[in-house]
Design a protein around this ligand. Structure first.
Ligand code: 5RP
Length: 226
């Protein structure tokens, strides 16, 4: 029997997420290859929703190309649901996000939403966060000091590069990717790093954790509620 590919798992969870979209409302939309599958599925019911609040320029472009109106976060109130992927998710719904560089806007839209529905293939499920290099969006003038602060925690922080130069986010800032961390207390870790001057957003989503995960597995989509 032909085994199911990671891309097919992403399609499955992207489609499964449609059941959480509230008719007539505005939906919060994340960023990444899994979310792209969700956006494609959302386009099939676009006449049943008012539109979306997007977490990145890339998602905005895809939503608009498919005829889904995109609202500014400041134009709308609380959203019923935010649907996004993750780089890692643990057994409590805590996540690492930002592999696609959109962590700041993702956290903003997640904070504006009553429910975070994470869509992920089973490779993202972990016992403890920290295997995936932790993305941190930073103000460029703080970069070297922040690299030293992560080193004091045992982490190895590197500036994310694009075409040989520091990658610039949608917000005009830079990114660090931090390896060699074991994040056993995600809430405390997020609080700690958030206090360091120059940190825009740390890619630990503990305060904005998932309430639901739709996990793509070889046996189908598994529903996990936290
Ligand atoms: C983007 C993100 C993504 O949700 C995360 O990187 C997962 O992406 P993908 O679905 O492509 O694996 O946080 O900033």
């Amino acid at each position: 029997m032909k085994s199911i590919t990671q891309d097919e798992l992403k399609t499955l969870v992207g489609q499964a997420a449609l059941q959480y979209v509230v008719p007539g409302e505005i939906v919060g939309v994340g960023t990444g290859s899994t979310v792209n599958k969700f956006i494609d599925a959302l386009a099939t019911i676009r006449h049943r929703i008012k539109g979306a609040v997007s977490s990145s320029n890339a998602s905005t472009a895809r939503l608009q190309a498919l005829g889904i109106p995109v609202f500014d976060a400041n134009e709308v109130g609380e959203l019923a649901v935010y649907i996004d992927g993750a780089d890692e998710i643990d057994g409590r719904g805590y996540m690492i996000k930002g592999g696609g560089a959109a962590l700041t806007r993702e956290k903003i839209v997640a904070a504006q939403s009553r429910r975070f529905v994470c869509i992920a293939d089973e490779s993202k499920l972990v016992q403890m966060l920290g295997g995936f290099a932790l993305p941190v969006e930073v103000i460029p003038m703080a970069t070297q000091r922040l690299i030293r602060q992560f080193a004091a925690l045992g982490g190895v922080a590197r500036v994310r590069l694009k075409d040989g130069a520091p990658m610039v986010t949608d917000n005009g800032q830079h990114l660090l990717d931090v390896t060699a961390l074991r994040i056993s207390e995600p809430l405390a870790f997020e609080d700690q790093v958030n206090q360091w001057p120059g940190v825009v957003t740390v890619g630990v989503f503990a305060h904005q954790k998932a309430q639901v995960c739709l996990l793509g597995t070889a046996g189908g989509v598994k529903l996990i509620e936290y």
